[in-house]
Design a protein around this ligand. Structure first.
Ligand SMILES: N[C@@H](CCO)C(=O)O
Length: 337
C-alpha cells in the first residue's frame, strides 16, 4: 500500500535503492562499497564506489516489465560487439560472482534485472553552450555514423538480437511504447488538432521513406545529451537501455531530445551532417526528412513526459508541450524545423 503523505517519486526511489543494495552482494569484489543514485528515469543508475580500492562502477536497475531478460542479454551482446569491432567508447557489462551479467532481484512479485557496468569519466554536453555544442555535434555525427556502420556490417552476427522496434506504430501509432502523446500534459483541443496533422504527415512521409537496410537497423535510440559523456576531445556513449530496431535518422533525432525547439537546432543539424558524412554517406533525400524524425521524437517525448514521474518530467512539465507549437506549425507549413 502506498502512503498518501509520501511523494510517490520518493517511494519509487526507496524501492530502487533497496533493490540496488540487494544486487550488490552478487559482485563479491564490491563487498565494501557505497552506492549513490545518479539518474532515475526508465531505469535507475547508481554510482558504486569501492571504499577499499576507490574503484568506480555503474549499477543499473531496470524497470520491471520494460524489457525481457533476453532483450537485456541482447543489449549486452551488442555492447560487446561494438567494443570488439569499433573504436566507440562505451561502458561494458561486468560479470557477477555467478558468472552472469544480469542479476535478477525478486521484489514484491516483480523481477528487476540488474547489471554492473564499467565507469566512464566525463560530463554531459552543456545545452546552454551553443558553440561548444555545435562542435560536439560534429563529433557525435562521426560517432553515430560509426555506430550505424557497425550495425550494418555486423548484421549477420547480430541476427539473434531481440530488441524493441521503434517505428511509427510503436512511437506514435497504435502501440506507442511510451504511451499516447494525446494523453500528454497541456494537450488542448487546438493542440490535439495541430499535433494530429503533424502525426499524419509523419506517418505518410515515413511510409514513403521506407525501411531499406541502409536506412533502418539496430540503433541506440536514446542519444540524448544526458547519455553522452564528454572528456576532453572525446565523446563517449552510455545507456543503451532503449537500443532497438529503427531508422538511423531517428537515432539522430534522439540526440536532440528535449532541445528540439531551440533556435540553434539547424546549426546542430548542419554540424552533425558534416561529421556523419565523413564516415557514411547520407543522401539529400534523407537529409530533407530530418525534421520528420525530430517531430516524431518530440511527440513521443510529450507522451513520455505525460506518463512518467521523475525529476526530468517534473521539470519539463506543460512548458515542454507548449514549446512544441512553433516547430509543429513550421513543419506543417514547409517541412522544416
Ligand atoms: N527512455 C529515456 C527517456 C527519454 O530519453 C530514459 O529514460 O532515459
Amino acid at each position: 500500500m502506498s502512503n498518501p503523505s509520501v511523494d510517490p517519486l520518493q517511494e519509487s526511489l526507496n524501492k530502487f535503492n533497496e533493490i540496488a543494495n540487494t544486487a550488490l552482494p552478487s559482485y563479491p569484489f564490491l563487498s565494501q562499497s557505497t552506492i549513490q543514485l545518479l539518474n532515475y528515469s526508465e531505469n535507475a543508475t547508481y554510482l558504486v564506489t569501492d571504499s577499499g580500492r576507490g574503484e568506480k562502477y555503474i549499477l543499473r536497475v531496470g524497470r520491471p516489465g520494460y524489457h525481457t531478460k533476453m532483450e537485456v542479454e541482447s543489449e549486452l551482446e551488442w555492447l560487446k560487439s561494438i567494443h570488439k569491432h569499433s573504436s566507440i567508447h562505451i561502458s561494458l557489462p561486468i560479470l557477477g560472482g555467478n558468472s552472469e551479467y544480469i542479476q535478477v532481484v525478486q521484489h514484491q512479485n516483480e523481477q528487476y534485472y540488474c547489471t554492473l557496468f564499467t565507469f566512464l569519466e566525463g560530463d554531459a554536453p552543456n545545452e546552454e553552450n551553443e558553440s561548444e555544442l555545435i562542435s560536439q555535434f560534429f563529433k557525435l555525427g562521426e560517432i553515430t555514423a560509426q555506430l550505424h556502420e557497425h550495425s550494418i556490417n555486423n548484421w549477420e552476427s547480430l541476427r539473434k538480437i531481440r530488441r524493441l522496434t521503434w517505428d511509427y506504430d510503436t512511437i506514435l501509432g497504435t502501440a506507442p511504447k511510451w504511451g499516447r502523446w494525446q494523453d500528454g500534459l497541456a494537450i488542448t483541443e487546438e493542440r490535439e488538432e495541430l499535433f494530429t496533422k503533424v502525426s499524419k504527415k509523419i506517418r505518410d512521409r515515413l511510409n514513403r521513406f521506407g525501411k531499406a537496410a541502409n536506412r533502418y537497423g539496430l540503433i541506440h535510440s536514446d542519444l540524448r545529451l544526458a547519455n553522452l559523456l564528454v572528456e576532453r576531445e572525446q565523446i563517449k556513449v552510455i545507456d543503451f537501455d532503449d537500443c532497438g530496431f529503427g531508422w538511423y535518422l531517428y537515432d539522430f533525432a534522439t540526440s536532440l531530445s528535449f532541445i528540439e525547439h531551440k533556435p540553434y537546432v539547424p546549426a546542430l543539424i548542419a554540424s552533425w551532417l558534416k561529421g556523419y558524412r565523413r564516415v557514411r554517406p547520407l543522401s539529400e533525400e534523407e537529409e530533407q526528412e530530418i525534421p520528420t524524425f525530430i517531430l516524431m521524437r518530440r511527440l513521443q517525448l510529450i507522451a513520455w513526459v505525460g506518463s512518467r514521474d521523475n525529476e526530468t518530467t517534473r521539470e519539463l512539465g506543460n512548458g515542454f508541450t507548449e514549446d512544441t507549437d512553433k516547430i509543429a506549425k513550421r513543419y506543417l507549413q514547409n517541412g522544416k524545423i
